[in-house]
Design a protein around this ligand. Sequence first.
Ligand code: GLA
Length: 413
Amino acid sequence: MNESASVSPHRTPGKPEISESFTASFGSDPSALWSAPGRVNLIGEHVDYNGGPVMPFAIQHRCYVAAAANDDGVIRLRSKQFPNEAVSVALADLATGAAYSHTREVQAQRFAGWASYVLGVIWALEQVGVHVPPVDVLVDGHVPVGAGLSSSAALECAAVGAFCDIAGVGIDGPQRATIAQRAENDFVGVPCGLMDQMASTCARADHALLFDTYDQRIEQIPLAASAAGYEFLVVDTGAAHGLVDGEYASRRAACEEAARTLRVKLLREVADRGPDESAALVAGIADATLRRRARHVVSEILRVSTAAEALKAADWPRLGALMTASHNSLRDDFEVSSPQLDTAVEALLSSGALGARLTGAGFGGSVVALIETSRLETAVSAVRTSFAAAGFKAPTASLAVASQGARREPLAR
Ligand code: GLA
């Protein structure tokens, strides 16, 4: 399609010259180079830790990790995005990682934020018996950080691939995703589900990934929006979200409490009773907050199945309506939206988007909208105008193109 003037031109961002930068930083060539993408989630929000299905796709923005073993006994990490945050850690110190997992405060003092994800991957690989030797590591890429587009999963998943190559082991995609999640849960201390890492690892170009976290089943669903005259537009509100600030963990705890109240292990089991029976069960939860949280989860799980059917039938208006219903539920029942996210959704819908919703954890970050190609320009101006009128920082808009998951990249000669 013709790129609209006000939509960022990063449809296929270029590959950074990371091999060259690695050599300049460490004085030797990298022996492993992997990239992994960020993601947008089409629908299925805050259900991956409740046994529900999710339907994300990987985006064109990727994170690159170049690495080589060294003889120094020290892990050395550099990032092109954070040039002042070089980190060196003795491998022996990392080996005691288990001792300070779950103690984010300790790690925060020791390692810069991005570095703890990479170190966490080395630690998590060790836990499954994959020994990574001391390595030099350079990170580069263009997944926006703090935009709710899973820059951390992209970093973890690229790192898992690169370190497996260095350790000389082959591990399949779903298992690599699980190792990446373990790094984030147990080393970094963020209690996330598995959606982002699965999308970053297992997504296919031009497909959405329907991933059922209950039985780990994967289905790749063709995503031919452009050919039908539609695009997925991502509006980054610029209001950073913070998964680590306790809100995410408190939502997760509320879901567990609601499940206990309903005497199930996971709220998914309630959704499986069908719309009427599950709604009645949820309505019986005495605590009003828990009731609202459970109502979101159960209704969202049911929406994902319907959305997958709509996508297979190329029923774009139906998919759009479900996306908007998802946003309303996240705003009113799960209470993870923000004034910026709501403003973006409203402006997009009133300028003709078929559907719009916050994507990712919420509390800030980005909105994804399904919109006719011919309306992109108008919609983006409408969002800008609404943000200016509300006194919000100007948002950025870009198209999201369904891209391939984590992959080995050719090393420069
Ligand atoms: C974050 C987490 C995911 C998922 C979403 C909400 O992105 O990393 O596991 O829980 O929030 O759907």
